[in-house]
Design a binder for this molecule. Structure first.
Ligand code: CS2
Ligand code: MG
Length: 402
């Protein structure tokens, strides 16, 4: 089998997506997601100008060789743009392999290690009582794990909380919006949120919380310690992770489990975090971390150190990535949990898919390949629109981590 064509579909059905379609001489095609939120066209240009011309004529079954060709062969390594482009190629090739062998991708990754993939979704509210309602709504839908975020009193537009009447979506069209942040107000508020949730919801539901890289290690340690009575499933991204050793300080003070890695793009970003057992869940996503080939290696490395997977699954990752994550999650032994933030109905229509949700668990389906397609005619009706993630400032105007 040979690759005969590779092209990009850039569309914006409620939000931007970059999708790679690789075609073969046997009429089989594969899809890969190349979406990097707020920097979409940088990946599109990298693929278009530097990667796709080198793919034509290659054998799509050679996923390892092709991965190394674009990683080592480029000389310049890592970084979100490069690794997202490599991921798009890699995932599309696994899709082709599955279709050609008439089997779902999970069978090529070791087969099923479990019956379904436990997922968590996003509950949020402007205040504690709205957040509680939102968690209860998802529990009534069958979720057994829910991330809870609530507006912090005195902080306009808190992370993870939607504008009134809208679904939460981090990127906004136009130029970047600005949000405000106060660590002091947050530190005083967050134990009250989880105290209320545990009192009302009991001990069984898994509760998760995202700190979104905003704290220093000692501040994050305080959050972890103050939340111990409410036994969170995890606290996510307690502080920026470029300095991997800073997690040692957090670990010294708290037993609240830690998840990090949604902005990582290679195993080297988490190498020390994993081998020193400074985290419990690795979140590096398939789309920004070099695809299925590299995510599987990262998961297997993590399994040696009792670290489990908790792959990123926000709406800026297309249904193609969601499917890839579910195939990998079904197969790796050290799966932990998968994020499931719902795409809009329009996004779901543009990307018809076989994955399903039932009673807290998702399944990728048994269709050959990934089990996701793209409706190109519908996609063409929603062209790319410039959009950015917000920029955050402290109350005194200093730029801080969003
Ligand atoms: C978040 C994301 O899902 C999460 O845990 O941190 O919503 C993140 O902010 C976006 O993916 C950024 O593009
Ligand atoms: Mg997050």
């Amino acid at each position: 089998m040979k690759i005969t064509a590779a092209r990009l579909i850039v569309c914006s059905p409620d939000r931007n997506f970059v999708t790679l379609k690789i075609e073969t001489d046997e009429g089989i095609y594969g899809l890969g997601d190349a979406t990097l939120n707020g920097r979409e066209l940088a990946v599109a240009a990298y693929l278009e100008e530097h990667v796709l011309p080198c793919l034509i004529g290659r054998d799509p079954f050679q996923t390892e060789e092709i991965w190394q060709y674009f990683y080592r062969g480029a000389y310049w390594r890592r970084g979100p743009v490069t690794m997202t482009a490599i991921a798009a190629v890699d995932v599309a090739l696994w899709d082709i392999k599955g279709k050609a062998l008439n089997t779902p991708v999970y069978n090529l990754l070791g087969g099923k290690s479990r019956d379904g993939v436990m997922v968590y979704t996003h509950a949020n509210g402007a205040d504690i009582s709205e957040a509680l309602d939102s968690v209860q709504k998802y529990m009534a839908e069958g979720y057994i794990a829910v991330r809870a975020q609530a507006g912090v009193p005195g902080v306009a537009s808190s992370y993870g909380v939607p504008k009134p009447g809208k679904a939460y979506e981090p990127a906004e069209r136009g130029l970047p919006s600005e949000t405000l942040w106060s660590t002091e107000k947050y530190l005083n508020f967050v134990p009250k949120l989880f105290e209320k949730l545990r009192v009302e919801l009991g001990d069984d539901v898994h509760l998760l919380h995202d700190l979104h890289h905003r704290l220093t290690p000692i501040e994050a340690a305080r959050v972890g310690k103050s939340l111990e009575p409410y036994h969170l499933f995890w606290m996510e991204d307690p502080c920026p992770a470029e300095l991997q050793e800073s997690f040692e300080l957090i670990r010294r003070h708290t037993t609240t489990p830690i998840a990090t890695g949604e902005v990582f793009n290679s195993i080297w970003d988490s190498h020390d975090l994993i081998r020193k057992q400074l985290i419990d869940y690795i979140r590096m996503t398939i789309v920004h971390g070099g695809g299925i080939t590299h995510a599987k290696k990262t998961a297997e490395f993590a399994s040696l150190y009792h670290v489990r997977t908790g792959f990123h699954g926000a709406t800026d990752l297309s249904p193609v990535t969601m499917a890839a994550a579910l195939h990998l999650g079904l197969s790796v032994h050290n799966f932990g949990i998968q994020e499931h933030m719902h795409h809009s109905p329009l996004t779901d229509e543009v990307f018809p898919h076989n994955y399903t949700f039932q009673a807290g668990y998702m399944h990728p389906g048994d269709a050959p390949g990934l089990g996701v397609d793209i409706d190109e005619l519908l996609a063409a009706k929603y062209p790319y629109q410039r959009a950015y993630l917000p920029v955050a400032r402290k109350l005194d105007g200093t730029i801080t981590d969003w």
